[in-house]
Design a protein around this ligand. Structure first.
Ligand code: 13P
Length: 251
């Protein structure tokens, strides 16, 4: 059966020292705990190796927030999936709306990044979600379906089964305006139906679909109580251990 996952996305926050302090604090808080979900922290690239060496990786998984669409070579400034894997990280967040919007990531690029992540044994957390105008024009289901189809539907059922999805309505990210539990459930159920039509019931039922966008200690329980919401991708609230732990404890 699919996993419940609470994943933090630190985005471009924290110096190395601050990041290590945050990871250490989370590690201490979870040392005596048995979370009812998998825990992931998505740190900036430069933190990955130190954080992975600091935390108990049997309890806290480490994720990159991106990887290159090339294997290796003369691509100045890029970080490959194999480099990410070599740090001890085992997840990578791909297709975040901030990367699509600010760094021009396309469906085609994201398909290649996902292939390389899988090839290097990294679990992709693949982000999808509509902007406000798309929801207001009532095309949000089509937008999300296209994002999944265009980047992920050439994968075999076996490979697709290794991917985690994160539905992050762009209008809810960093705005304090969370999708309601009904809106989240409605979209997650639609996504699962889309997966069922393409890959069949078993793959669809085994795919974890996380919700992201102003998820916090106060609303996590209600969001996670929905049948098709299998956890959260947490931005701001993952930067405070007490808040992040409360979200983990929502399971
Ligand atoms: P916030 O939780 O800060 O809204 O960010 C969500 C997000 O983008 C996680 O990837």
């Amino acid at each position: 059966m699919r996993k419940n996952i609470v994943a933090g996305n630190w985005k471009m926050n924290k110096t190395l020292q601050e990041g290590l302090a945050l990871a250490t604090e989370l590690n201490e808080v979870l040392a005596g705990a048995t979370p009812n979900c998998d825990v992931v922290i998505g740190t900036p690239f430069i933190h990955l190796a130190s954080v992975a060496a600091t935390v108990d990786t049997t309890k806290i998984n480490v994720a990159a927030q991106n990887c290159a669409d090339k294997e290796s070579g003369a691509y100045t400034g890029e970080i490959s999936a194999s480099m990410v894997k070599s740090t001890g990280a085992n997840y990578v967040i791909l297709g975040h709306s901030e990367r699509r919007a600010y760094y021009g990531e396309t469906a085609a690029t994201l398909k290649v990044k996902t292939e390389l992540a899988l090839k290097n044994d990294l679990t992709p957390i693949f982000c999808i979600g509509e902007v406000l105008e798309e929801r207001e024009s009532n095309i949000h289901f089509n937008v999300v379906k296209s994002q999944i189809e265009e980047s992920l539907f050439d994968f075999s059922a076996e490979d697709f089964g290794k991917i985690v999805l994160a539905y992050e309505p762009v209008w809810a990210i960093g705005t304090g305006k969370t999708a309601s539990a009904e809106q989240a459930q409605e979209m997650h159920a639609f996504i699962r139906q889309t997966l069922t039509a393409k890959y069949g019931e078993a793959v669809a039922q085994n795919t974890s679909i996380l919700y992201g966008g102003s998820c916090n200690a106060g609303n996590a329980k209600e969001l996670f109580s929905n049948t098709d919401v299998d956890g959260g991708l947490i931005g701001g609230a993952s930067l405070k251990v007490a808040d992040f732990k409360a979200i983990i404890d929502a399971f």
